[in-house]
Write a protein of this length. Sequence first.
Length: 558
Amino acid sequence: MTLAERRPRQAPSIRFEAVRKAPRSFAWLSLLLSVCLPMALACSSGNRVGPSPVAASTSPETITIRKQVTASVLVMPDSSDPSSVFDRIEVFPRTLVLDPREGIELSAQALGGIGQPLSDVKLVWVVTDPKAGSITVDGQFKAGRSPGVYTDAVSVTGVQRSLEGVRFASESVTVTIVGADTPRELTDVAIVPRDLTVLGGQVFRLRAAGFDEDGLVIPGVEFVWDVSDPNLGRVNEVGYLAVYGAAGDFRGAVTVTGIWGGRAVSSTADLTILEAPEADDFLNVQVLPQRFYVGPGDRLALSAVALNAYGEAVAGTELRWSIVDSRAGAIDAYGVFVAGGTPGVYTEAVKIEAIAPGGQGFVTAVDYASVVVRADLTRRLDRVGLFAKTVVVEPGGRAILVADPMDDLGGRAQNVVITWGALDEAVGVIDEQGYFKATGPPGIYHEALEVTVRQTNDDDAQSVTRSETVDVIITGSLVSVSVAPALMAIAPGHAAHFSTIGRDQNGILLPGLVTRWKVIDESAGTIDAFGNFTAGPTPGYYEDAISGEVIQTIRGRR
């Protein structure tokens, strides 16, 4: 993390202690390195990597590593050319006359604006009338069993993706089924929904549907309902269930029998009976938070939520705030609390009353919140905030770590001592100001550094200690690089961006890499130093037309 991202740490109430001290002569160098950390280039997914020679260093202390990446370009034809624009679909054959259950293969051709075939259009076949038959994704159609004329029963839709968006067109075919009508048979009956949930004392309408062997609904099926245990309830001839039983789960409790065409098919469903809510449970209110800590004169906005017996918010609820113990403080009509000047613990000092309209008039509910007014203004340490949970440095590199002691309200705690230490001594050293120097080899060091914050109050029993750990990543040498996109589809004269990403031997993303771009095949277009590519005027596929040299410079450490 750079120095520019740090805040000054001059609070007079904070002292520092060092677990492992580094020489103070490194302080000026740490600041300089933090300011001069390079920005990482934008990065994305991969491509193949060329050879990785190590170039001669500019000095005995500096190493430069170079790797090559390439990308291909597909310059698309101009979409204003009518020959490439998807215009319509032709279906063969145009009409279908079939016997019941007969099969036939359909085909379709997507055409451009001047009538030429197109190969970049995806075809989707569907049957809009299930009685006409069924069709597969590749156009294999099978007629249904019922004779008749089914207008526009089969449809094919073509979808073309272009630089300007998605184009589509559709065509339909009429199906005529000739011959004798094949009788439909009832093969399945389903209760809707499959698992029934009702309330005790409720009257619930049961529903069912009958299906033939093709999965089509058969109208006019007669349904006969039955309940396995009369103690659970009673159902009449049209499917109204009156629930008498106690709460519980009952398997196979409801049975329906469908009768059609001299054939009977049955199905069962489970029944869950829920206990009906009592009137007293209709409205519940809860104040948030139910217990809070403030200093004398502090302000805090409270909130409340009103729910019915099903856990749903109750519309039209009026909330009334009041103070039970005036020593705790005062509260306005909007729930803004102002603490009093007398320290102490005030149990259930704040009252919230919810009033909502109900079936028999208005229903009310009450809740309370407790207040603790602290004896002093010292903000009690609750947690340690870190500007970065992970530090990324080069071998021998430096970084400045900053920790924030925070109270439970997110404010800055006072009267604290901050101590930094290295849990993994192989990673490096850190001094009392949080200046870290990496001394270990490249790698990922989990929980390598630790910061401990201790808050001391007048009473030693009230002292609080909190700790947090920091991961350290020491980057290594450039091993793999990739370019994105590996294949760019672009219209003539249009612009787009290429980017690279590099990783070391541990798969760690490397910052500070420089990429030098060039176009190998100038017919593809041009590219600037930042990876911004402009396509040339000639459509075509240009393989490995873009070249990028990714450079890592590793400066020596003394």
